[in-house]
Design a protein around this ligand. Structure first.
Ligand code: ZN
Length: 153
């Protein structure tokens, strides 16, 4: 088997290797292009914030299965996202005016939980973003708790 060395980290590689096994550097023009496309798709997915894709894809099978194109974000999802922002920020703003009262804090947490970027953050440790229903549920729980505390105290 012929060997070559990775230009980035000097690891010995199979001459046929498309990517370095140690540092992941692409070893051929094709692999470099493929990596570029993969990164761009990932970036698009991040900006779109569309959930549910996740999973592993090494980009070598050429399949599109794991990716949700930006233009598949439906009007309903856009509306939902906008609604989440309005509701989240609205709740936080109202809660901040109530802040010495203990009930304001669950309201702030709830407002934060429903903001769309938070779902994206949950994708990091969990592999895929939490469902919107989960975030809406979290919001409802915190909001109810906050209101209950405001009414009772
Ligand atoms: Zn390397």
């Amino acid at each position: 088997m012929r060997m070559k060395t990775c230009p980035r980290c000097d690891s010995s590689l199979d001459d046929e290797a498309r990517y370095c096994v140690d540092c992941g550097a692409p070893q051929t023009e094709d692999a470099a292009e493929e990596l570029d496309e993969y990164v761009q798709r990932q970036a698009q997915q991040m900006t779109a914030g569309s959930g549910g894709a996740g999973g592993e894809n090494d980009g070598t099978d050429g399949g599109e299965s794991g990716f949700v194109p930006t233009d598949q974000l439906t009007d309903r999802e856009q509306l939902w996202r906008r609604g989440c922002y309005v509701l989240g920020y609205g709740t936080i703003v109202v809660a901040l005016t109530l802040v010495p009262q203990i009930g304001a804090f669950p309201l702030i947490l709830g407002g934060i939980a429903i903001l769309p970027p938070i779902r994206r953050l949950t994708a990091e440790p969990l592999g895929s973003p939490l469902k919107r229903e989960v975030m809406a549920g979290l919001y409802a729980v915190f909001a109810l708790l906050g209101v209950a505390l405001l009414v009772l105290l």
